[in-house]
Design a protein around this ligand. Structure first.
Ligand SMILES: [Zn+2]
Length: 582
């Protein structure tokens, strides 16, 4: 039976806390069993484990258990054909790659096989000689910090799973939802009465047909204190509460993998005090889903707002988002300040999407949209140039690797020279990997740029508005326009001056002149007789409104909505025009 020596190392206390011993032992035992090897955990009366002995300066190989093992090899007390089991190569050595390499080769030279349990790789003298790039790539990887952190997070996850299995009764973590407190003495979670009442209210409101916005608005208007640090109740936070199973007392352990939060195992029941009945929870969540569906149905699949993410409220700085207010002319799509929607203190009135689009497109046509783009240094050319440079670098590195390989294979080199070369090659290999990634990224960017350019050329800018209008349901077209806008415009801010009092108007004010010019009915009318009338107030609104557009080129333009009155008859006066039959 082949003897499999399991070597374990833990460098710091942290790893001990992190459950390293149990995990490393388990890995070795499982693998030995799988291979039908005899598992050996000690040598010459000494545990094959270095706890608290660092491998950074090879202390484990001189003073530690690994040292004992290496001496035993040297003196022929380990049978040829035995196996050394380690979790990773970094268990053996964390010294420089050169030292690490020496150590590995001395073990392999003695006819001992090394198995790394994390990736199930087998290293023998033969395998390394025939395919040595394999080994130094492995060594290289070992020193790469990102791999390092990945390994660490895997370890943490295992520790967490173990903790969770072991401690079902007492709290694993003091982490708790905002409506609970943790009592240090009794080691129990206690409900915060007032907050529990608020959570109950949220559930009730959700069931009794009030949407997330409605709930947020109600809580803000009634000055219900916010949980946590925020100033106001926001839709997303309320949604989180309604969907959070900890109201039922459940606890779901989570982990973070590649920046994505993930569940680990089943949730634990009766972990927190239950504050919402299951029926209530289910009803509220069902209501949420239904309302969500209704919302989506109304918006349709079209790309409604091609200015998504670009439009901000000038009064408070929040984003303006699209709201559907039902059938035009009274309703229709409007841009609303998100802050105002939840009654969080902003007074910005809604802007009709159609009006906003009209003004903005007119402006975009006038300033010669295409000149703005080409005014920039041609991004496609720059990108392609960058890519050529990267490719050139990569070719160079590959050539170097090839050259080193040939040298090692053909020349009769002394060991030291060989190792130096291997080291250098190792560096080139990792540089190549990085360059490949960069080239891939840049290829993607170039493709995007080309797509946009092709689209841009195919669209006559003068038909821009018509296109987006006619193809209101064409998701592709509208999203392409959106992309184009995002490339050109950094930020659009909507602003409105405070209301003018009737006595502030004068005969030579722009809005008065325009109003008189546009509507004969008022031409000879006394000024004071119409400045208070609704039609005029609606007509005059755009004269107080303006839009600032900041371009990616750094240019900034201001557009006064009242400067252009040619289209007012179509939208601003709307119903009034019909009413007076002008
Ligand atoms: Zn606002």
């Amino acid at each position: 039976m082949i003897k499999a020596y399991s070597y374990i190392r833990m460098s710091t206390e942290q790893q001990l806390k992190g459950d390293s011993l149990r995990r490393q032992k388990e890995l070795s035992a499982n693998y030995a069993k799988l291979k039908n090897w005899e598992l050996i955990e000690s040598i010459e009366g000494r545990d094959l484990a270095d706890i608290g002995i660092s491998a950074l300066h090879s202390k484990n190989a001189t003073e530690g258990a690994l040292g004992t093992f290496l001496t035993a090899i040297k003196e022929g007390r380990v049978v040829t054909g035995s196996v050394l089991l380690v979790e990773n190569l970094d268990r053996l050595s964390r010294a420089s790659a050169l030292t690490a390499f020496n150590q590995f080769s001395s073990i392999l030279e003695a006819g001992i096989e090394i198995v790394t349990l994390s990736d199930k790789k087998h290293y023998t003298k033969e395998s390394v000689n025939s395919n040595f790039s394999d080994l130094f790539i492995s060594i290289g990887i070992m020193f790469r910090s990102n791999e390092e952190s990945e390994i660490k997070s895997k370890r943490l996850k295992a520790a967490w799973e173990n903790k969770r299995n072991a401690a079902q009764q007492k709290p694993i973590t003091r982490c708790r939802p905002a409506w609970l407190d943790y009592d240090e003495r009794s080691k129990k979670f206690l409900p915060l009465k007032k907050r529990v009442e608020i959570v109950k209210l949220i559930f009730e409101m959700c069931i009794s047909t009030c949407g997330l916005y409605g709930i947020a608005r109600y809580l803000n208007e009634s000055h219900v204190p916010v949980f946590g640090r925020g100033k106001f109740w926001h839709r997303s936070y309320i949604k989180k509460i309604i969907c959070n199973r900890s109201v039922l007392g459940e606890f779901q352990p989570m982990t973070t993998e590649n920046n994505i939060r993930k569940y680990i195992g089943e949730s634990i029941n009766n972990y927190y005090p239950q504050i919402i009945k299951e029926d209530t929870f289910l009803l509220a969540n069902a209501a949420l889903v239904q309302r969500n569906k209704a919302d989506k149905g109304r918006k349709g699949k079209s790309f409604s707002n091609i200015f998504t993410g670009l439009v901000y409220c000038g009064a408070c700085g929040s984003k303006m988002t699209l709201k559907n207010r039902g059938m035009p002319p009274k309703g229709g799509k409007s841009l609303c300040c998100t802050n105002k929607q939840v009654s969080a203190g902003c007074m910005m009135p809604e802007w009709k999407l159609a009006e906003f689009e009209n003004i903005l497109f007119k402006h975009l046509r006038e300033i010669n949209f295409s000149s703005l783009i080409s005014g920039e240094k041609n991004p496609l050319a720059t990108l392609e140039e960058q890519q050529r440079v990267l490719q050139e670098k990569k070719n160079n590195r590959e050539m170097n690797i090839e050259r080193i390989l040939t040298t090692i294979e053909n020349e009769d080199l002394i060991d030291r020279a060989k190792k130096e070369l291997i080291l250098r090659m190792n560096q080139y290999v990792s540089e190549c990997e990085n360059l490949s990634k960069l080239i891939e990224d840049s290829a993607q960017k170039i493709q995007q740029e080309k797509d946009i350019t092709i689209y841009f050329e195919s669209v006559n800018m003068n038909n821009f508005l018509d296109l987006s209008k006619n193809k209101e349901d064409d998701y592709y077209t509208r999203s392409a326009i959106h992309q184009l806008l995002v490339k050109t415009i950094k930020k659009i801010t909507l602003l409105q001056e405070v209301e003018k009092y009737p006595y502030e108007y004068d005969e030579d004010d722009k809005e008065i002149i325009s109003f008189r010019a546009k509507y004969q009915f008022y031409r000879n009318e006394n000024l004071s007789s119409f400045v208070e009338n609704k039609d005029f107030l609606r007509f005059a609104l755009p004269f107080r409104r303006y839009i600032t557009v900041k371009y990616t080129t750094g240019e900034e333009r201001q557009i006064w909505c009242g400067d252009d009155t040619s289209h007012l008859g179509n939208w601003s006066l709307g119903g009034a025009y019909m009413q007076y039959n002008l």
